[in-house]
Design a protein around this ligand. Structure first.
Ligand code: IMP
Ligand code: ZN
Length: 342
């Protein structure tokens, strides 16, 4: 396939996004709709690979949080992010966000506004919500957020499917918050944990022992990427699907596109999906991430189609929803066989 056909394929392929943070996914267009100042719009995006700094990336979220300061802005942001994913043929989206309060907006109203945004874009595609705990928050605050998450889950059981641990990995610890994830799991929520974004084999070991349903990033697990043999062996045994975010890892300085840790997943045939993480901050799209996978990982159209298919299986959708999505993907392939001939 030539580059134009490859790009057309990556755009047209029905895609599955499992790792997208709401306030990291605001495009410049959405920020402008929200009335963001032009200098903030420019500052928010750290698309340059020269940035290469995790700490700087975390400062960018403050800009988005300023723009989504009230229920209406949260609602508009949610709707627009969903619409943008839909426009690039994402057929299933798991959006994640951290409950947040501002003057005039409680954490509960915040979550309600996101849910309302999801409900009002139902026609575009299937969307589920994952609520995040931030490892930088105090244990007490995380406990309060978990109470809210469980309340919201009972109110919106078809939408709220999972819980995530995110936030700047240099702060906090999974072990201190583990009991909250155990509670969430008991209440029926699926779990995904940002894991190994920095070198920390001890914490990675604790996360793997918890056996979450999915892992985010997993940059420093394999021994070739400053991880350790034992953790990699454990992951190979458990086969926990990993949410891979190529541009996010490259821009925050953990690796290059040409030498990304996902190569080890490919070699050992371990499950993974391709995701954007923060498409606004990293100025990317899921289409572009698939293009990078073709270019830098040498994956073929059949292999990328298979990644979409596998991601449906890794998703937190129910079995009926998974069957529906799988049949959509099969139908699409049957109608687009020209992309699959060499
Ligand atoms: P929000 O949860 O919708 O407000 O999205 C922004 C938040 O997601 C940030 O404040 C972080 O807590 C979290 N986040 C976004 N990207 C990353 C990442 O790469 N690693 C860890 N946490 C992240
Ligand atoms: Zn993330």
């Amino acid at each position: 396939m030539d580059v134009v056909s490859e790009n057309n394929f990556c755009f047209a392929l029905p895609k599955i996004e499992l790792h997208a943070h709401l306030n990291g996914s605001l495009s410049d267009k959405i920020l402008r709709i929200l009335g963001c100042r032009e200098e903030d719009v420019q500052d928010y995006q750290c698309a340059s690979v020269d940035q290469r700094n995790l700490d700087d990336t975390f400062k960018k979220f403050g800009i988005a949080h300023k723009a989504t300061y009230c229920p209406e802005a949260v609602y508009i942001a949610t709707k627009n992010v969903i619409e943008e994913f839909s426009q690039e043929n994402v057929i299933y989206l798991e959006l994640r966000t951290t409950p947040r309060y501002e003057v005039g907006m409680s954490s509960e109203t915040y979550v309600e506004s996101v849910v309302r945004g999801i409900q009002d874009t139902k026609n575009h595609m299937m969307v589920k919500l994952i609520l995040s705990l931030n490892r930088q928050h105090s244990i007490e605050k995380c406990q309060n957020h978990l109470d809210l998450i469980l309340k919201m889950r009972s109110k919106y059981p078809d939408i709220i499917q999972g819980i995530d641990l995110s936030g700047n990995p240099i702060h906090g610890s999974f072990n201190e918050l583990k009991y909250l994830f155990e509670k969430a799991r008991k209440a029926g929520l699926s779990t995904t944990i940002h894991c190994g974004e920095i070198e920390n084999s001890e914490e990675i070991k604790e996360v793997l022992a918890f056996k979450p349903d999915r892992l985010g990033h997993a940059c420093y697990i394999h021994p070739n990427y400053n991880g350790c043999e034992k953790n990699w062996y454990q992951l190979k045994e458990l086969k926990i699907p990993t949410e891979i975010c190529l541009s996010s890892n490259v821009i925050t300085g953990t690796c290059d596109y040409e030498n990304h840790h996902v190569q080890e997943w490919i070699k050992d045939d371990l499950p993974f999906s391709l995701n954007t993480d923060d498409k606004g901050v990293f100025k990317t799209s899921l289409t572009q991430e698939f293009q990078y996978a073709m270019k830098f990982l040498n994956l073929s159209s059949s292999e990328l189609w298979r990644i979409s298919m596998n991601a449906i299986e890794h998703s937190f959708a129910n079995s009926e929803e998974k069957s529906f999505l799988k049949s959509k993907l099969v139908d699409w392939k049957n109608k687009n066989l020209h992309f699959f001939t060499k």
